[in-house]
Design a protein around this ligand. Structure first.
Ligand code: SAH
Ligand code: SF4
Length: 382
């Protein structure tokens, strides 16, 4: 079986080159060809000796993902579905904004955490993605977009691990992918422009802080344990106090960074002013440990099996006001319009014809990743 070079960060690629009897620095050239130039054919890599190119051709490949479908939204958002085999489909979304281009990446096919408000959670866990499958989403999207938009410079400036899956339950495969994102010989993204979003896998938050302290987003969704146990079942294992202590420890590795707390607004469940007040008290309590945070309120994207509904806008604004009045930096994510929702329907139809996994795709959350932010933050962060 040939080795997929997308599985390797620079150190692993250097070790692979050494196995082939080559000097380590050759790996840097190879790495740049793959990630900076998007090359797949070793013969293109003209500054590598012919002998190395033929050794590579015999033992390795650069293998991307199989594109199932692509949808372009009117506002420049691009969403891909990739077929990762055995009926598993993952999604990747590019969200352009005036000052950045963000790619939302999946880390698993399905998810084992089983949050009540998440369609991926309802779908259950299928498998972890490999490092190659994680980084191939960025590799493909970056080079596709450059060609598509006629740009020679970088298009994707930010990555968020907010697609399908719980990234910190796939840590071994995630870490090399993060290292490739940050490597100057590959994508050269700054630490603060790569965000890992987690439902709260406490030991892995500590590992991430030590290994690769990128920006951290924590899906909180509730101010107290009984409610969070119900919404995010992982809370029974790692309750809120432990989670927030881990967040405070994380900040020692990521100085001057805020941790973003995501809070999905569910009508009548977690969106009352009382919940906001509890949240303020909770954060004040943990600020003593040095926790600095901001809130991102996410309007719920409903799907029938959840039995939940989206909070009305005035409810979201009232909630945000309580946080803002307490001096907390708070943003509300604005969901995309009907364009994306309609598109999701079409995509599900496409998939139905071609792979028969329409039920899963129809239940995928709709357009939630394509959020833009309305900043309601006070002028100076608390
Ligand atoms: N598993 C990780 C990352 C993927 S989910 C995590 O939970 O953080 C990315 C974000 O989407 C999380 O904040 C999650 O709570 C949110 N989300 C999931 N389902 C949603 C839905 N139906 N509507 C709005 N946000 C949702
Ligand atoms: Fe998994 Fe995140 Fe969905 Fe929860 S919200 S089920 S952790 S993907």
């Amino acid at each position: 079986m040939t080795t997929n070079l997308l599985d390797f960060d620079l150190d692993a690629l250097a070790a692979f080159c050494e196995q082939l009897g080559e000097k380590r620095f050759r790996a840097t050239q190879l790495f740049r060809w793959i990630h900076q130039r998007g090359a797949t054919d070793f013969d293109q890599m003209t500054d590598l000796a012919k002998s190395l190119r033929s050794k590579l051709a015999g033992s390795a490949q650069v293998k991307g993902l199989k594109v199932l479908s692509r949808h372009d939204s009117f506002d420049g958002t691009v969403k891909w579905l990739f077929d990762v085999g055995a009926g598993d489909v993952i999604e990747t979304v590019f969200i352009p904004e005036s000052d950045r281009g963000t790619l939302c990446i999946s880390s698993q096919a399905g998810c084992a955490v089983g949050c009540r408000f998440c369609s991926t959670g309802h779908q259950g866990f299928s498998r972890n993605l490999s490092t190659a499958e994680i980084i191939a989403q960025l590799w493909f999207a970056e080079h596709f977009l450059r060609a598509h938009l006629g740009r020679s410079e970088r298009v994707i400036s930010n990555v968020v691990m907010m697609g399908m899956g719980e990234p910190l339950q796939n840590y071994a495969q995630l870490l090399p992918a993060l290292r490739i994102m940050l490597d100057d010989h590959a994508y050269g993204l700054s630490r603060r422009r790569v965000t890992v979003s987690t439902s709260g896998v406490v030991p892995m938050i500590d590992r991430l802080g030590q290994d690769c302290p990128v920006a951290l987003a924590v899906s909180l969704h509730a101010p107290e344990d009984a409610l969070r146990d119900n919404l995010v079942p992982l809370n029974r294992k790692y309750p809120i106090a432990e989670l927030l202590q881990a967040c405070a420890r994380y900040q020692a590795f990521a100085p001057r960074d805020f941790i973003t707390f995501e809070y999905c607004m569910l009508d009548g469940v977690n969106d009352q002013p009382e919940h906001a007040r509890q949240l303020v008290a909770l954060m004040r309590q943990h600020a003593v440990d040095g926790l600095a945070c901001k809130f991102n309120l996410i309007p719920f994207n409903p799907f029938p099996a959840s039995g939940l509904t989206r909070s009305p806008v005035p409810q979201v604004l009232a909630f945000a006001k309580v946080l803002l009045d307490a001096g907390m930096v708070t943003t509300v994510r604005k969901t995309r319009g009907d364009d994306i929702d309609a598109a999701c329907g079409q995509l599900a139809g496409d998939v139905q014809d071609r792979t028969g996994v329409q039920e899963r795709m129809a239940s995928q959350r709709q357009g939630m990743l394509a959020g833009i932010r309305v900043v309601l933050a006070p002028e100076s962060p608390a």
